[in-house]
Design a protein around this ligand. Structure first.
Ligand code: UD1
Ligand code: UDP
Length: 380
């Protein structure tokens, strides 16, 4: 008989994470598990979505809701309607949701109302900052989930603080949920694709940078991109870094950031950033190209959750452009520093990592077998 999953993807990191689960199903659970992929269309540019399917061998989605961009309510509402229809037609045993985007929340609302058990991958992460749309999405999703698969013990502890129990016994239900630390599914991908990425080292030549001589930067959180003062501060700091330390920057730009740079940066700063010979701005890159950029960077500056962790996986120091992080272990290990959007803190952290530091990159995100572990629990 086996079980049928509907997996919801929509934003770039969810598409990437889905490759690990689809691969595990294809290679180890093909006789027991059928997966139906549903793309909400939250991300739709070729370099934010399409590029990952071929490169990471992700099956083409059976459904694409084509929801596109919009205000939170409008975007999430369209997704809920579309997902509900699919769930009622497909009648899956479980719906699988990743992370904390609007696609995640839409899946949670749609599935919980029609009694389809929710499997939440990346459960329990908290920033304890409810001004983040992602914090709302993840808290609400966790509280209607049946299986909560956390990537870290911190995540499990956060859930326990919210009243979840780790001693519930099967059968798990929305009122008797199962909470497990299975490790981080992104680590599955890093281990699997790190070797394959060697084919993509041309990206360094294309961007005109040498290994270990550049800082890789990504920026896309709405708190940074949509606030003129923070956005200008961050780019001020990046410009100072380049000039003071004679370092190159490589910055694949999320479409949101590209748009807001034109709208919100002072004309002088925008001009300096866009024309500086040591700053390589480029469109979003593919996952394997991104891995190459991470593997060869001297240091990584980011506000991305995924990129913070990949910095750690590749043993690179990281400057986090936020005041808090869900991935607290990285900061606790001394491998990353929270600098908010403050130029002084950013420059100090850079200087610190330039000095003689010895960071230990202990394995804190599991064994790289999160997909297999969680699928084994689902088929019990
Ligand atoms: C979303 C997630 C965020 C995640 C990020 C990953 C929410 C609330 N936020 O943020 O948690 O870290 O994805 O990248 O779900 N755009 C395009 N082309 C695209 C996609 C987006 O041009 O293919 C532009 C549009 O102007 C859009 C803006 O980017 O309005 C923001 O996109 P959206 O999906 O709403 O949020 P992200 O910032 O991408
Ligand atoms: N990524 C990518 N190309 C890029 C930038 C990021 O493939 O140009 C990958 C990155 O390696 C990581 C994931 O996208 O696996 C992180 O997604 P993002 O930063 O968009 O979102 P977050 O993780 O913050 O939700």
């Amino acid at each position: 008989m086996g079980i049928k999953l509907i997996t919801i993807i929509g934003a770039r990191p969810q598409i990437i994470k889905a490759s690990a689960l689809s691969r595990a199903i294809r290679t180890r659970f093909a006789h027991q598990i059928t997966e139906v992929l549903v793309h909400t269309g939250q991300h739709y540019d070729e370099n934010m979505s399409g590029v990952f399917f071929d490169e990471l061998a992700i099956p083409q989605p059976t459904y694409n809701l084509g929801v596109g961009s919009g205000n939170h309510g409008e975007q999430t509402g369209r997704m809920i309607k579309g997902i509900e229809e699919i769930v009622l037609t497909e009648r899956p045993d479980f719906i699988v949701l990743y992370g904390d985007t609007n696609s995640t929340l839409a899946g949670a609302i749609a599935a919980s109302k029609v009694y389809v058990p929710i499997v939440h991958i990346e459960a329990g992460l908290r920033s304890y900052n409810k001004t983040m749309p992602e914090e709302i999405n993840r808290v609400l999703t966790d509280h209607v989930s049946t299986y909560l698969f956390s990537p870290t013990q911190t995540g499990v502890n956060n859930l326990i603080r919210e009243g979840f129990r780790t001693d519930n016994q099967p059968p798990y239900t929305i009122d008797n949920p199962g909470v497990f630390n299975v490790g981080d599914i992104m680590y599955d991908n890093t281990l699997y694709f790190a070797g394959l990425a060697k084919q993509k080292t041309y990206i360094l030549e294309r961007l005109g940078v040498q290994p270990e001589t550049y800082v890789l930067v990504t920026l896309h959180r709405n708190a940074n991109t949509d606030d003129a003062s923070r956005l200008n501060s961050i780019f001020d700091a990046l410009l100072i870094l380049v000039e003071k330390y004679r370092i190159n920057l490589v910055m694949p730009l999320h479409p949101r950031t590209l748009k807001q740079m034109s709208a919100l940066l002072s004309p002088e700063l925008h001009q300096s950033i866009s024309t500086h010979p040591a700053i390589q701005l480029c469109p979003p890159v593919s996952y394997l190209e991104m891995i190459v950029l991470e593997q060869h960077a001297k240091l990584i500056i980011t506000d991305s959750g995924g990129v913070q962790k990949e910095a750690y996986f590749f043993k690179k120091p990281c400057i986090i452009l936020r005041a808090e992080t869900e991935w607290v272990e990285i900061v606790d290990q001394g491998a990353a520093v929270l600098c908010d959007a403050d130029p002084n803190q950013i420059l100090q952290a850079f200087q610190f990592f330039e000095g003689p530091t010895s960071i230990t990159f202990n394995p804190i995100y599991g064994e790289g077998d999160a997909a297999a572990q969680l699928l084994n629990l689902l088929i019990l």
